[in-house]
Design a protein around this ligand. Structure first.
Ligand SMILES: Cc1cc2nc3c(=O)[nH]c(=O)nc-3n(C[C@H](O)[C@H](O)[C@H](O)COP(=O)(O)OP(=O)(O)OC[C@H]3O[C@@H](n4cnc5c(N)ncnc54)[C@H](O)[C@@H]3O)c2cc1C
Ligand code: FES
Length: 286
């Protein structure tokens, strides 16, 4: 099976954006903002770890953004958005009290509820890739506290000022989680690792047998990260990667997000690395 499940329940909120109000905004880094959102009318159905919404900036357009909080967590739904173009820029600038549109939830999940007790989980994130993993990590930390298996969080950023979710990283560490951080380019005072995020893997003492890995970030990072994990002995079918493609409909109708045999909005974004590694990372690297 390529993906774990798809979510298409015929709900009208999958076709028509529901109005959500911005009830909070937090600057995570120079170009990343987390928006806290609450529905003004009916809320969308519950989401699962790693799923995404199509988020509308009215008058600008609609883009795919993952939920960055955990399903069922108290408080508003959160989206952490990196400013890269017209729509993400407008969303990052959305003030408290303004309205955005939400369609979703869409796509497959990280599937962390399936992890057997005792298995370690390795999380490898690059840049904004930590956002779609944040909710899963929160629940994996709770699982570790119950003695059901450890979690190793390895996060890479371009530079120290690009490191996201400082408070969470510190809190996870306080809860006994192995947290490794690397930066591509150091700054004065940086005492941590300088290099690509995969350089953190040899320092992470996870138990390879039965371990599971979750990867999200630039495709080049997932490609090398997946390969490094397999070389270490991790079963490629137990490695899950989150794919990114240009999304339009989000519901498997328009074909914009096609990648080999997959429609990423429907069969992904989270798929198993095993059996698909070549196809997954072929197109952009040709
Ligand atoms: C399933 C899924 C989940 C996603 N989750 C998130 C999320 O949680 N947070 C988030 O910030 N983004 C997320 N994205 C990416 C987001 O959808 C894009 O960044 C967005 O579509 C950009 O739209 P835009 O109109 O702002 O920029 P565009 O005008 O579309 O792009 C502007 C320029 O930036 C480049 N660009 C576009 N996207 C990226 C990118 N991701 N990285 C680097 N350059 C890019 C384009 O090639 C173009 O040159 C997700 C995408 C998918 C498919
Ligand atoms: S975005 Fe339309 S088919 Fe995937």
């Amino acid at each position: 099976m390529l993906a774990d499940a798809t979510v298409h329940d015929g709900d009208a909120g999958q076709f028509v954006p529901r109005p959500y109000v911005v009830v909070g905004r937090r600057e995570e880094a120079a170009d990343v903002v987390t928006l806290a959102l609450e529905p003004t009318e009916g809320a969308m159905p519950p989401f699962r770890h790693g799923q995404f919404n199509m988020v509308t900036s009215f008058g600008r357009g609609e883009i795919a953004v993952s939920m960055s909080n955990a399903p069922g967590a108290p408080g508003p739904m959160e989206h952490s958005i990196r400013r890269v173009g017209a729509v993400s820029e407008a969303l990052c600038a959305a003030p408290v009290g303004s309205l955005v549109g939400i369609r979703g939830p869409f796509g497959t999940s990280w599937g962390i509820d399936d992890v057997e007790d005792g298995a370690d989980v390795v999380v490898l994130a690059g840049g904004i890739g930590l956002a779609p993993l944040r909710g899963a990590i929160r629940d994996l930390v709770a699982r570790q506290e119950e003695g059901r298996g450890r979690v190793f969080v390895l996060a890479g950023a371009r530079s120290p000022d690009q490191i996201l979710f400082h408070d969470d990283l510190r809190a996870w560490q306080r809860h006994g989680v192995h947290v490794g951080i690397s930066v591509d380019v150091a700054a004065p005072g940086w005492k941590g690792v300088v290099g690509v995020v995969t350089a953190l893997l040899p320092r992470a003492p996870f138990e390879v047998t039965r371990s599971m890995a979750l990867l999200c970030g630039p495709e080049i990072m997932m490609r090398f990260g997946g390969r490094a994990l397999v070389d270490r002995g991790v079963d490629p079918w137990r490695i899950r990667v989150s794919l990114e493609r240009n999304m339009q409909c989000g519901i498997g109708l328009c074909g914009h997000c096609q990648l080999g045999p997959l429609l990423v909005c429907r069969d992904g974004p989270i798929v198993r690395y095993g059996g698909l590694a070549d196809v997954l990372f072929m197109e952009r690297n040709r």
